[in-house]
Design a protein around this ligand. Sequence first.
Ligand SMILES: NC(=O)c1ccc[n+]([C@@H]2O[C@H](COP(=O)([O-])OP(=O)(O)OC[C@H]3O[C@@H](n4cnc5c(N)ncnc54)[C@H](OP(=O)(O)O)[C@@H]3O)[C@@H](O)[C@H]2O)c1
Length: 318
Amino acid sequence: MRPTLLITGGSGFLGKRLALALRDRYRVVLGSRNNKLNAAAQQMTACEVIPLDVSSIEAVRDAFVETRPSIVIHAAATKFVDLAEKQPMECVDVNVVGSQNVARVALEHGVDTVLGISTDKAAPPVRNTYGLSKALMERVFASCNQKNGKTRFLCVRYGNVAWSTGSVLCLWKKMHEKDGVIGTTGPEMRRFFFTVDEAVKLVTTGLDHAAELQGKVLSRHMKASLIRDILDVWVKHRGGRWEKIEGRPGERDDEFLIGELELPYTRETTYDGITHYVISFNEKAAAPLTRGLSSANTTRLTEEEILRIIDNPPPEEL
Ligand SMILES: NC(=O)c1ccc[n+]([C@@H]2O[C@H](COP(=O)([O-])OP(=O)(O)OC[C@H]3O[C@@H](n4cnc5c(N)ncnc54)[C@H](OP(=O)(O)O)[C@@H]3O)[C@@H](O)[C@H]2O)c1
């Protein structure tokens, strides 16, 4: 019998993609709050779904009792930066308390592996509530590793997943279709971008190497782009124009994949020919990284790569 894998936040953009990628290897169960979205995710992935609110420990216990997962991918989160600045309590309830609940119940049930999805916004210097909430998730998971002598906890740290829910690409597409004018809050901002296939692959790499990555955060080399460069490519190939609009709370010019403070605790490694980074919060690396990794000093996306991202929005149902 295939082992059971529960994906919290399974009805989301990433959750559905993970389900499609993993359903041959595991019995995949998707758990989120909105039952209409759960039903749509079930139809799209042919996986089981279960109503689940991670901010309620009783609901997490119910879901674990019913599904008996051996692996949990914790993707449930509220992830809108400006919303979390205005309503930080919801962000703490879902991203911090919710992650704690998943960790506690996973320990109670002796789950084999729990993998949390984090963000570059969690790397120091943290600039917003959302980033803080994910930084806490990383720490909570690292500290829970093997607390019951069995359960392995790890996280993966992402940049922006192109075309995911709330992505600037989705917003720009809508604006462009409406009147040909794209409003941007930060043409001078630089952002890491990677595809949803690369995002899924980082999770499977984490799961495949969970024995050596337990208690740690895994990230990988990612290219970045100046927002202005993406918009220039967009209007060059699609017409229209872009303009600067007022900024939103919590934004920062550059993102850090690995912050300066994390350098002594971070090592480089290679999986499948790609440079990856492994952060261990309280254990100094024998051969640490010497330079912080930010969207300012990583490789830039070329015009061709930007165009490939712009030209490949996912099908509507994703
Ligand atoms: N997309 C990116 O660019 C990116 C970058 C870095 C990190 N991440 C992380 O990747 C994960 C997935 O992101 P995504 O792009 O797939 O986001 P998404 O499409 O917004 O999906 C989030 C999912 O979480 C669920 N959720 C929210 N609150 C919940 C709760 N209290 N209990 C259970 N489920 C809850 C949502 O469904 P309901 O609201 O119906 O519950 C939804 O299914 C998140 O943890 C996010 O922080 C994403």
